[in-house]
Every structure is written in C-alpha cells, then in structure tokens.
Design a protein around this ligand. Structure first.
Ligand code: CMP
Length: 470
C-alpha cells in the first residue's frame, strides 16, 4: 500500500515538474490566480507531494533502523523513541523541502509567531507535555525496557512492560490486565525493575517439624527445586533456616529464574516439588501446634522412682516394724505418691475409703466437725499413718485429714495390705489396738464421759472379716 502511494506521488511529482507551464495555464483558466500566485500554488502542491514522500521515507528509515535494533536486541524499541525519531526526522526533511520550495520565506518570523502559540498550547497541554517529557526522561535513563517485569505506582502494580507511549507505561499484569501508568506519575514513584536479561531471584517459604533434620531438609529441597522448569541452572538454589518458629523450623528457598515473567507459575511448581520431595524423604510440614505435656504417670512408674527412700520411710512406720525387708519393699513398690498443698483435704469424713496413707513429708491435721466447726483431733508428722480405719473396717472415713503445709503422702491400697496381713497375723492385732485408741480420740466430750468400752476385740474381728482372714 505504502509503495503504491509512493509510486502515485512520484508520478504526480513528475507531472508537476514537467508540465509546470501547462498547470500554470490551467490555474489561470480557472481564475485561481485571484486566490494566490499560481507559482506558489504549484510550489505548495509540490511541498505536499514531497511531504508525503518524506513521510514514507521516514517510515521506511524507521522500519530499517528499528528492525536492526530488534534484530540486535531481540525486542522492539519503545514506541516513544520510534515516535520521537519519526517526528524529528520528518520535521527536518520537511523544513529542508520547505526552504527548497519557498526560498524567500522567512522561517525566523514563522517561529517567532509560533512561539506565542507555543506558550498558549503549552499551558493547555500541560499534563500531556508533562507525560511526554517524563516519558523522554524515562527513555533517557532507561531504567527498564519492554519485556521487563516492573512494580510501579502507588497501587504497586506488577506486570510485564508492553509499551512506553507518549502518555503512559503500559504493563500487562499477571492477571492479564492492561494497566496504564502516567509517565509523569511513574517518574515520581519508586519503580522495582526485574530486567529481562537479568537473573532475578524469588524466595519460597516452607517449614518442617522440629524433629526433622535440617541438613536433610535443606538437601532434599535444594535438589528438588534445582530440577524444576524455569529454575536457572546457572545458580544453585539456596535453602536455609530463616527462623526457629513457635511450632516449626521455618526455611526459605531462594532460586533464580530463566524467565522472570513466569515467576507465579514457577513459585507454584517449586512448592509442588517441595511437597513431593518431602513425601519421598519422610519429612513433615509443620502446622501451628501447641504441645501439652500432661504428666500422668502410670502408678507403677510413680512407684519405680525413688524406691529406696520409700522403703526407708515405710520401715520407720511403727506398725510396719515387724515386716521383713522384702515385705516392706513390696509395700514401697505398691505405694503411690501424692502431693498436697497447704490447706488441701486428703481425706473427707464420710467418704468410702479403700487405702491408707503414710506421711512422707510435711504435716497433716485430723479433724472432725462438731456443731459445724472443725475440732482438731490429732496432728500427724512424717512417718505417721492415717486412713487405716476405713481401709481395715470397711466403714466410711471417720475424720477429715487436711495438709498443714505442703505434704507428700504414700498411698497403699487394700490389695497390698492384704498380702502383708496374710504373712503377719500379729499386724492385725496391733492395728486393731491403734484403731481403738484413735476412736477414743474421736469421741465427743459427752461420749468420753460416758466411757467407751474397749472395742479392740470387736475391731480385730471386724478386720479379719473384712480381709477374709481366719
Ligand atoms: P479413716 O477413718 O479411714 O479416715 C480418717 C482418719 O483419721 C482415720 O482413718 C484415722 O487414720 C485418722 N484418725 C482418726 N482419729 C484419729 C486420732 N484420734 N488420732 C490420729 N488419727 C486419727
């Protein structure tokens, strides 16, 4: 098309030059000499034709120059540069043709007059010109080129630069939207540039459980990531611990991309590779957790610790004095330790009970409720025992037992005591005596005055019954 126009213009020019006298006559016949000097009209026609030729020439030149630019650089020159080139080249050519066709025209005066228009025009086109000059300065600085990924503007738009025009930078975002950012506002904002021909890096985060070896995690992830598409083979990815988090070891994987414009896809692929690599290597991703260590040791475990001290404690208890070392050891093994704070109730009157206690450390007070008020009956210290009444008779607890300070007690269950009784019949007798004595202590003033007959024999037979002893 351009070629056809050029040929037509050339033919017209040929006619204009060769048939100038005939044209003159034609203009005179149509009385156009009254409008303007016919020679000037012919010169004007020639100027227009030359102008068209000049335009075609500039376009062809631009095509050649920017075609070579594209061949050498691999991408198009910015539109702004192409446009400025065309305007400057065309203006120069036009002025040349103009001075050739109108040698007597005073160009200086023309410029003076146009300067006034220039001021008016300049004020009207302030913004447009601002964008234009900002565009030129962007081109002069060349902070980025078509194809680079940039983040720019107050909204932090990120995308691939598609064009830099008179007015704006055109970027295509990763959602495939076109965003136009005014050159003047872009010139004022910080611009983050990831050049096309640069090895740009990305960072992907992941974590592992604290039980997973960091050396293994780092190795596994590095090897998995370096083989992913678009991850540059020129630099090995870097995997490192970035934080020892609350519930995970936090890592970062830094890798470099061949084509940065595809970083979203590559990030996703890298995360996918990490997942599969983890699966194969038996590594685990951590998620926010809070580990609650509830120490509810099995009774046997509790008994196991500090066994020597318990045997020592139990052998110091007077009712266990007749027991052999093995029997005391068996009792110690069966004993369960409990700790109570000051003021806590170890035993509550009226409740059923199937175990007895030895004070391992601290002090307790035995008290009964009288007229709604506690009446202390006895204070028991380290090595003393309590709770034997309910255990041996099968009756409910006779009194409250409260810790007077932080107190540790050893609890011995019915089964352990039965084994001891089986081999130590004397023990039953001494216990029945103690129980009968304690009962006296529990009696109210009135009962005491009435006198309680010796119950020891009754208690003894009750214990024997309860434990099935002969
Ligand atoms: P039990 O009845 O099982 O529960 C309350 C415990 O308090 C009781 O066993 C005895 O071990 C203890 N107890 C009751 N009266 C006295 C006392 N007078 N002296 C010492 N200890 C007592």
């Amino acid at each position: 098309m351009t070629l056809v126009v050029a040929v037509i213009v050339l033919i017209l020019l040929y006619f204009a030059f060769n048939f100038e006298p005939n044209l003159n006559t034609l203009l005179l016949r149509f009385q156009l000499d009254k409008v303007a000097d016919p020679t000037k009209i012919i010169a004007g026609i020639k100027l227009v034709l030359f102008g068209i030729l000049a335009y075609i020439f500039v376009r062809a030149l631009g095509f050649l120059v920017f075609g070579m630019f594209r061949l050498r650089k691999g991408f198009d020159a910015p539109t702004l540069v192409r446009n400025v080139f065309s305007i400057v080249a065309f203006s120069l050519l036009f002025l040349l043709i103009f001075s050739f066709e109108f040698p007597n025209a005073n160009l200086g005066a023309l410029f003076t007059t146009s300067a006034i228009f220039g001021v008016i025009l300049g004020l009207a086109l302030q913004d447009t010109l601002g964008n234009f000059f900002a565009g030129i300065s962007l081109q002069a600085d060349r902070p980025f080129q078509v194809g680079d990924v940039i983040t720019v503007g107050a909204q932090r738009h990120t995308g691939v630069v598609e064009e830099i025009t008179w007015r704006a930078i055109k970027i295509r975002t990763f959602q495939n939207h076109i965003v136009l950012i005014n050159n003047s506002s872009a010139a004022k904002e910080p611009i983050e540039v990831c050049p096309r021909d640069n090895l740009n890096a990305r960072i992907v985060y992941f974590n592992t459980l604290y039980t997973d070896s960091p050396a293994k995690a780092i190795h596994v992830v590095r090897e998995a990531v370096r083989e992913a598409d678009n991850v540059s083979s020129r630099i090995t990815p870097i995997v490192r611990i970035r934080d020892l988090g609350e519930s995970a070891v936090d890592y970062e994987c830094k890798y470099w991309l061949d084509d940065y414009a595809k970083y979203n896809d590559t990030d996703a692929l890298v995360r996918q590779r990490i997942w599969y690599a983890f699966r194969r290597a038996g590594l685990n991703f951590a998620f926010p957790t809070r580990t609650l260590l509830v120490e509810r040791k099995h009774a046997a475990e509790k008994r196991a610790g500090d066994g020597g001290a318990l045997v020592e404690r139990l052998s110091a208890v007077d009712i266990f004095a007749p027991l052999s070392v093995e029997e005391t050891g068996m009792l110690a093994h069966a004993a369960v330790r409990h700790i109570f704070a000051q003021g806590e109730t170890v035993i509550r009157a009226g409740e059923p009970g199937s175990s007895m206690f030895v004070v391992h450390s601290g002090r307790v007070r035995v008290q009964v409720n009288e007229n709604g008020r506690p009446r202390p009956v006895a204070t028991l210290n380290e090595g003393d025992f309590f709770g034997e009444m309910a255990l041996f008779t099968g009756e409910p607890r006779t009194a409250n037992v409260v810790a007077l300070e932080e107190t540790e007690v050893l609890e011995i269950e019915h089964a352990a005591m039965k084994r001891v009784f089986d081999t130590n019949p004397d023990l039953v007798e001494s216990l029945s005596f103690i129980i009968s004595e304690r009962r006296k202590g529990l009696a109210t003033q009135v009962e005491a005055e009435d006198g309680i007959e010796d119950e020891s024999a009754g208690i003894l037979s009750a214990i024997k019954r309860f434990f099935g002893l002969s």
